[in-house]
Ligand binder design. Sequence first.
Ligand code: SF4
Length: 553
Amino acid sequence: MSNMNRVRLPEDLLLSVRKPARYIGCEANSITKDWDKVRVRFCLCFPDLYEIGMSNLGIKILYHILNRQEWILCERSFTPWIDMEKAIRDNNIPLFSLENKMPLRCFDILGFSFSYELSYTNMLTMLDLSGIPFLSAQRDEGGYPLIIAGGSCVVNPEPLSDLVDIFVIGDGEEPVVEISRIYDEYRSDRALMMREISRIEGVYIPALHVRGSKVVKRVTRELKESDFPTKPITPYIEPVHNRITVEIMRGCPNNCYFCQARSVYGPVRLRDRAQVAALVRESYRNTGLDEVSLLSLSSASYPGIEKLISELTGLFLPLGVGISLPSLRIEESTLGIPSLVSAIKKSGLTFAPEAGTDRMLKKINKNIEKEKLFAVLRQAFSKGWRRVKLYFMIGLPGETDEDVEGIIDFAGSIDSVRREISRRPVDIVASISSFIPKPHTFFERQAMAGSFELSRKQAMLLAASKKIKHLKLKFSDVNTSVLEAVFSRGDKDLGRLIVSAWQKGARFDAWSETFNPDIWDKAFEECGIDKGRYLSEKGDGEVLPWSHVIVNC
Ligand code: SF4
C-alpha cells in the first residue's frame, strides 16, 4: 500500500522552487516509521511555512507524544509556499507528508494547529491539494481523514465549525492519543466513532453539539518530564527560532484585562528547576544547539527565576550554551545578577507597557511601576545597553487622544533617563499594535476601533514621534488587525467567507507580501457579510459565538 501511493517528485521540481529543504524531510531526529506496521496514521498539518511550524513548541510536543505510541505513526506537513503550490498543481502531485512522503489523503487523521486566525485559508490550500472536500458534511462518506483543529485560535471555534470535524479546546497532549485510540477501535463505524470522541473532555464536535451545552477546556494537570520533546527535529534550513526551547511555566498569574493568552494557557503550572536543567541538558545532547530559550508567558512571574538562570548559566555557560529569556519583565534586582546580564542582553531590553498613561495602565490592569522601570533602565544604560524595545496598543477601551500621545511621552521619558546617564544615543523601537477585544477576556464585549480611527491614531503618533530623535515606530497593518478581529470574534457564517476568499486567491494572509485586502473585501461583499457586526460592542444579554466554550478554570 505505502509504496504504491508514495509521492515521487520529478527531479527538477525542487530546484524550481524557493528553499527546497522545506519539502524534503529526512532531518536529524525526525521519525519515519513503517507505514504498514502501525494502526493509526496521524499527520500534523501546520497551516504556514515550514520555518514557522518548526519553531512551534506545540508541534514538537505532539510529534513526540504521538510517535511515542508504537501503534501510531505521526508525520508532518506544512503549507507549501506559492511557488511550490503551483509546481505540485502543475504536475498533478498531491500534498504529501515529509516523512513517508505519503499523500495527506492516505492518513487517518489530519491535525491542524492554529495560533493565528490569518492562517485559516492555508488549511484550505492543504485540503485542496489533497483532494479533500472543504466542508465537514461532505466528508461523512468517502473514507476521508478526520480533520481535527487545536491551538489558541480555537477557543472560538465557530468560524471553522463547518470546515473542521473535531476541535480540541485547550491542552492537546492527552486528547490526541485518546482520539487516536477511539479511531482505532471504531474505524468501521464513523458515526459511532464520532459519538465516542465527543465524550472526550475538551473535545467539541459541531455536528453533534447540543444547543445550550458547554465545552470545557482540557487542562493537562502537570507538565510531565516524559512529555517533553528532548530530541526535537533539527531542520536543514534556519527556522525562525533556531534554539532549544524549554517551557518553564504554562499559564500566567497576572490578569491584564486585554490578554487572551492567560485564559487559553491557564491555569498556572510550573516545571521545577531540577527538571528544567535536566531537559536542557538532554536537549543539548540530542541537538548540539547552543542557545536555550526559557519559554513562558511571563518569566518574571516564575518563582525563583533569578535562581533558575544562575543555575543554568553556571551549568551551561562553560559549554558555550547561552540562555535567553524572551519574555522577562526586568526588575532592578535581576540586573544585579551578573549571569542574568548576558541572558537578558541576548534577548535585548524589552518592555510591554501596552499603554502610555497611568490612567490607561490602570484601566487595562497592567501593573507597571514606571519609577521601577526607569531605575532598571538607568542601570542598563550605565552597563552599555543601547537598544530598547517597547510594545504598545492603540484603540483600547475608553482611550483618549491624550492617552495615545502618552505613548510618545513614555518613550520620551526613556530617552530622558538615557540623557541622565550618557550622551550616547539609544535606539528606542516602539511596536504599536491595534487592540482587539478578544474572546474570553475582560474586554470581550467591547467594540473594536474602526480602521479610520486606528489610522488616525497611527498618523498622530507618527507626527508626535518626530520630537524624539532616536525613536522608531513600527505599526501593525490596520486591515490585517481588522480581519484578525473578525475571525477571532466570528461565528459560523465565516466558514463560507473563508472559502470564498480562498477561491479568489487568498493565500498566506499573515504575510504582508501575499495579503490582499481587496480579495477579502470582495469576499465579504459576495457573501453578504457585514464585518462591522463582528467589530461592534456586544450587549450584556447577547449570546456570544464562543459562549459555549468555557476556558477559565
Ligand atoms: S499580558 Fe502577559 S503578564 Fe499580562 S496576563 Fe497576559 S501573559 Fe500575563
